[in-house]
Each structure stands twice: as C-alpha cells, then as structure tokens.
Design a binder for this molecule. Sequence first.
Ligand code: SAH
Ligand code: SF4
Ligand code: F3S
Length: 452
Amino acid sequence: MKNIRPITDESRPKVYIETYGCQMNVNDSEVILSILQDHGYALTEDISRADVILANTCSIRDNAEQRIWGRIDQFRLQKERRKDVIIGIVGCMAERLKDKLLDSHIVDLVAGPDSYRSLPDMIAAVTPDSPQMNVLLSREETYADITPVRMDRNGVSAYISIMRGCNNVCSYCIVPYTRGVERSRDPRTIVKEAVDLYSNGYKEVNLLGQNVDSYLWKDSESADRDVNFAQLLEMVAKISPDLRVRFSTSHPKDISDEVIYTMAMYDNICRHIHLPVQSGSNAMLEKMRRKYTREWYLERVRKIRSVMPDCGLTTDIIAGFCGETEQDHRDTLSLMEEAAFDAAFMFQYSERPGTLAARNYPDDVPPEVKTARLNEIIALQGRLSRQSNEKDVGKRFKVLVEGVSKKNSGELFGRASNNKVCVFPSGGHETGDYVEVEVVSCTSATLIARLV
Ligand code: SAH
Ligand code: SF4
Ligand code: F3S
C-alpha cells in the first residue's frame, strides 16, 4: 500500500506548504505533497528550513487575495535570508492572476490547479532569471491515480475529491474561471482511496466537489453502467458500516430525491447537507444565476426534513449582492427563519473581476449597508443555531472522536452525524473511537454532552 503520511527524512530537500480557501484546496495540497514526495521531497512545518515554499491560494473574495499578498510580502524576508529558496504560488489565485504574480519579483513559480504534475520539473527549472509558470486548465485532469499524502493531524477524517471544476456560471463566482470545466473522477479510484483510508485507520471520508449532485461517471461501453452521485454514495457507504461518509457541496437545483433516499438508507451516511442558498429573494437568485427560486429551495428543505427529520442543514449566504434592496434582504432573513438552518457561512458580496456580475451589474450596495445587513444575518443565524442546539439537549448521539478539547485536556470533541460538534468527558476513550453521548447543555456553536 502507498505511504499516505508525510515523510520527514532530514536528508531530503524540504517543502513547506500553506493552504488557503476551501476543503478542495486542502485536498489539493495533499495531492501536491504526494507528487513532490515521489520526487524526493520531504515535508517541513518550519518555513525557515524549507527549500521550497508553496502557498496554495484562494480567489473567492477580495479579502482572501489580500491576505495572500500580505503573505507574499512576508516571504520576501525568507528570500532575503536565503537566496536559493523557491517561492511558489499555486491554486486559484495563480490561475486568476498568472504572470501578474511574477511582477512582485518574489515569486519564482506560478502553478494553476490542473498543473500539479508538472511541479517537480518546474521547481527544477527555476533560476533567479527564469521563473516558471503553468496555468493550463485541463478537461480531463482529476489526479485520480495519485494517493494524497494526508496532512491532517488526527488520522480520523479525510477528504476525497470526486470531481474538479464547475459548469455553473453563478454570476458572482470566480471558481469556474480558476478551476475550469467540471469533470468527474472514475468511481473505482474513489472507492479504492476510501478503502485504503479505512485500512489505514480512518473512520470518515468527506467526498468533495463544487456541485456533487452533478457528479456523473460515463461508462465507456454502456450507459447502464454510468454512475451518478447517489450511486457513488452507496458504493462508498458499503465499504464498512464503521466508515462514515460525508459530502459537500450540494446544489439546490440538482440535489435529487435519489440522493436523499440513499442517505436515509445507510446509517453511516451522515445526516448533514450543506445546501448554499445565497439569497432568499427571487430577484437576487435570478441575477445570481442560481437557477432555482426561493420556493424550490424551501421545497427541497421540506423534502429533506420529511425523509430525515434529524438531518443537519447548513448554508452559505451572500449579503449585499448587486442591486439588493432592503426587501430582498428581508426575504433572506425570512427564508433563514423558515429553513431554520443549523449553521451558516455568511459573506459580504465581493466583486470578482471578469465574472458575469462584474461585467453586467454595478456593485452598488454601499459598504456600510453591506456590513449592516451581514451583521443582521449573522445575529439571526446565532439565534437559529442556539435554538437548533437547544432542541438537541436531552438527545443521544453517536459521536466520532476527533481529538482532545482545546479548552480542557480531560475532555474530547467530535461530531454527531448531523455535523454538530460535541464536547464530553474523555472517560478513557480515544481519537477515532465511536462513543454514545447524551447532550446536557449547549452554546450556539457546541453541544455539551456526557457519556452514556
Ligand atoms: N460550489 C459551492 C460554493 C463554492 S464558493 C456552491 O455553489 O454552493 C463558497 C461560497 O462562497 C459560496 O457559496 C458563496 O456563498 C461564497 N461566494 C462565492 N463568490 C463570492 C463573492 N464574489 N462574494 C462573496 N461571497 C462569495
Ligand atoms: Fe461558484 Fe456557482 Fe460553481 Fe458554486 S456552483 S462553484 S457558486 S459557479
Ligand atoms: Fe476553493 Fe477559493 Fe478556489 S474557495 S475553489 S480555493 S477560489
């Protein structure tokens, strides 16, 4: 079996990797490390000892990019101390900004999300006068044959990318430009990766894609053997009842009844759906090109809740999109109440150059209005999360232990199937164990439980 853990051999040249952005970027960094380890590199967590420094970057909002510019400025210090150190910017910001990143004269290497196989050659070719760049996007690359080297600390839960790219053109979103067209990965390689993780002691896999519901593997011989997302979920769930399966992200326009019923059939498919709504206003949803309405969204929520009353439901919300009126904003608040989300990621709209929205609609909601609306959304979600957690007091959950609580070394933490974090006394249990707990109290972010 392939080594899935970082090599820390002192005699090897060392790479340091910093990761920004979404779960898919975290998994991409593991793919990058796998490729580099196969070419003789070892991982270091000490930037001052690295021969190669890589930042795997995100472009989703302007503040994500600003943070990385700040980091590039700090990498300058490493370069001043050690002339030979190679600084590489990879990932979505590399794809978006391309040679503009080289103008900084700090960056030696720019590599987009589909070019990671060429990293060893690019690193070898870097000289002070010849920075290297590969930002070609691919229609086929899925890194299906590469076994990611796991950089998580606990060895319990791992990401598996099941597809790359995105074919939706949500008008605000940069992802289709940085990640290219959607392509699904061969299901046999996905199942094999999950089986290998399970035999290495992992207890949970998280299947990743920008829109997992449009996963489709086309069989070369017969359409009868095509594999859709519901079928893939089932294939992974069947590996072992002790291996939990999670997935993200579902798109409200595509999540099918078949997926919902498949979830309900298997206890080890976690009862949690991340279903980004973005806005509760039909006018905004139309302008965002989300291809569903408020009513459609709420119908999907009802379907999920009727089949799985205990299913956790989380979302993403954008405040202050182009032309958003006070009434549009009110519609978002009322949808949040109706859907009663358990948790949400909430953002102010950030205009991304080159997107449909940037080309067609003025970014006309004043910054202070965006901030006020976002704050209102955050406050409401705080109340909804607390209410949702209060409903769980007295309930029993099976929790997968992920580690020791940061606040109290006598306590452990882990997630219930519905994705809520539980904290409870350790009672001799260890990371990777399944334990049965009963919730005794809560905050808006955590369930506090006892062992049963
Ligand atoms: N593929 C996922 C989302 C990926 S990006 C989906 O379609 O649901 C994660 C979240 O970032 C999005 O759901 C959206 O809420 C937010 N986001 C994307 N572009 C943004 C922008 N330009 N400004 C603010 N938030 C944005
Ligand atoms: Fe972006 Fe929309 Fe694709 Fe999600 S589905 S990655 S929001 S374009
Ligand atoms: Fe992910 Fe950010 Fe790219 S959210 S897909 S790393 S733009």
